[in-house]
Write a protein that binds this ligand. Structure first.
Ligand code: SAM
Length: 190
């Protein structure tokens, strides 16, 4: 296929944005797959801050990182991503190059614990405020479940009203797939 799938496209965007020594955020650690990918990209001189409200997700991510000998590149924080700007040291906040929000619930976990539109937007707008030119926020939106439908609407409305002089907003979506397939909204700070 010429057109990459949703998750491969997330990785392409990360590859275009991050390099050795960068600082990145995984806003939803979950099973740790995105955190691991980010940790590989930033190298030993970089840093990843990885958030999740669930201890189970933090532990899964910790185990995955240990397995790959990359735990030293990541700060795992059991807290909501809406607290990210208060948890990351000030001097690193302005160096932040990328943040990934893989929204929804932990696939293997409690499906009632899911990201929510209000807190997602709170986190995204705080990060956008402090990020420098060229920094990227990637949101993967899952809207097959009830909370996901509400979150989709909120994130779409928020993203569409951003000033094009300040932020580039991309939507990447397969329009003819059945069963509410996930799609990407990517925000690049100008
Ligand atoms: N990126 C993950 C991976 O690679 O496996 C998948 C993430 S999963 C789809 C969504 C995660 O978001 C869940 O683990 C859930 O606990 C977490 N979550 C829900 N609300 C959150 C919040 N306010 N802040 C941070 N994480 C949250």
């Amino acid at each position: 296929m010429i057109l990459p799938g949703i998750l491969p496209f997330v990785r392409e965007l990360i590859d275009r944005c991050l390099t050795e020594g960068d600082i990145a955020v995984d806003a939803t650690a979950g099973n740790g797959l995105d955190t691991l990918y980010l940790a590989k990209k930033v190298g030993d001189s970089g840093k990843v801050y990885s958030f999740d409200i669930q201890l189970a997700a933090i532990e899964k991510t910790k185990a995955r990182l240990k397995e790959h000998h990359l735990a030293h590149r990541v700060s795992l924080i059991q807290n909501g991503h809406e607290q990210a700007v208060t948890c990351i040291p000030k001097e690193e906040l302005t160096l932040l190059k990328a943040a990934v929000f893989n929204l929804g619930y932990l696939p293997s976990g409690d499906k009632s614990i899911t990201t929510k539109g209000e807190t997602t937007i709170q986190a995204v707008s705080q990060l956008l405020e402090i990020m420098q030119s060229g920094a990227l926020i990637i949101l993967v939106i899952y809207h097959g479940h009830e909370e996901g439908k509400k979150e989709k609407q909120k994130v779409e409305t928020f993203s569409a009203q951003l000033d094009q002089r300040e932020v580039q907003v991309l939507r990447y979506e397969f329009m003819n797939q059945v069963n509410n397939p996930p799609f990407i909204i990517a925000l690049e700070k100008k």
